[in-house]
Design a binder for this molecule. Sequence first.
Ligand code: 4AD
Ligand code: MG
Length: 430
Amino acid sequence: MKITISQAPEHTGEKVTIGAWLANKRSSGKIAFLQLRDGTGFMQGVVVKNDVSEEVFQLAKNMTQESSMYITGTIAEDKRSPFGYEMQVTDLELIHEASDYPITPKEHGTEFLMDHRHLWLRSKKQHAVMKIRNEIIRATYQFFNDNGYVKIDPPILTGSSAEGTTELFHTQYFDEEAYLSQSGQLYMEAAAMAFGKVFSFGPTFRAEKSKTRRHLIEFWMIEPEMAFFDHEESLEVQEQYVSFVIQAVLENCKLELEALERDTVKLEKMQAPFPRISYDDAVQLLRDKGFTDIEWGVDFGAPHETAIAESYDKPVFITNYPKEIKAFYMKPHPDRSDVVLCADLIAPEGYGEIIGGSQRIDDLELMQERYEQHGLTGPAYEWYLELQKYGSVPHSGFGLGLERTVAWIAGVEHVRETIPFPRLLNRLYP
Ligand code: 4AD
Ligand code: MG
């Protein structure tokens, strides 16, 4: 019977066949240990000279890294390996012999590995990161489906900018100029007025000349938007959602977290509610921590965010930023016109901002005022004003950056390893 490695636990004691690649190998005169992978997992195959034909033993002993095969044998428990099962091999059929696979078990530099990303994805750690990414996506759909949200897909090609014009990718749309989406938010607001609670999940693009461990040019964002939700209610959704995703990863990605040597004790503590600190208090906290030159009104950089996060053992919401440094659509604080009803969620351990969210302006006159201040004119923006014109309601939403969230949960230093094929300042290949 043909099975996958992931199905091995259900076939203990049975003779099965698996289509696999050779990840690594150790052998002595009488025994060969084949480290097998098949996409669903990693497992050892043990080939004992006396138990197989001479031809099979020679095949096993001489097999090269990343050669492909059908391997047959009996599944047995193996208490020493994290997976817990191995195959006692009886037969081996080579499908394709690989020669000189470039990524060997020795250490390689990151640039070399990134150049070979199409192959690097096969390695155990990269495999674990992508499985965790997949689980976060799965849990995201589950959370929002279970809570009555409708998935809505905003366009990728747009005529407007949601997050400021400096980081837009320009493209030609027949006779018009168009942009790649920076955020689906404006469309999600329209969708919330049609469906109540909505979420999107899709690629977004920022032509940002940043070369940091937190920045990608192309990244994936989850953008929920809720009609009749105020800012505080949105924060509750955010902390519930993030807690849910972490618990799902802890439950369903045990082998992957172990392969990455992630400290799961830290992750287990990440349960709602999350602490909140106002921007005002955060400025004071930073001054107390030695950032003496920080002035009220400036945006926080990575070192500031890290310093604030260090004061907490959970993600922390920084709320009510100055209006001047935030997007045009954010609703002013009812008691303070200089700050807006918004929050950034900062992950622990230096992973930085994973969510940006806010309550939105729901007043036509105020929005028109913002349009004038920001020079937003033309048909690309006019439709958005109509949301305020026909049954405007309080509404809030947020955007969670998938890759920064994967980096944090998987414990990976740099976001470039959290997306299958990263688009970076100097990298459009592979
Ligand atoms: O804070 P941002 O820019 O917010 C928005 O785009 C809102 N329109 C979202 C909304 O309210 N619907 O981006 C949201 C998140 C950030 O917190 C961060 O996690 C991620 O997107 N992000 C990036 N991730 C990787 N590389 C980049 N260059 C990123 N820019 C933002
Ligand atoms: Mg932001």
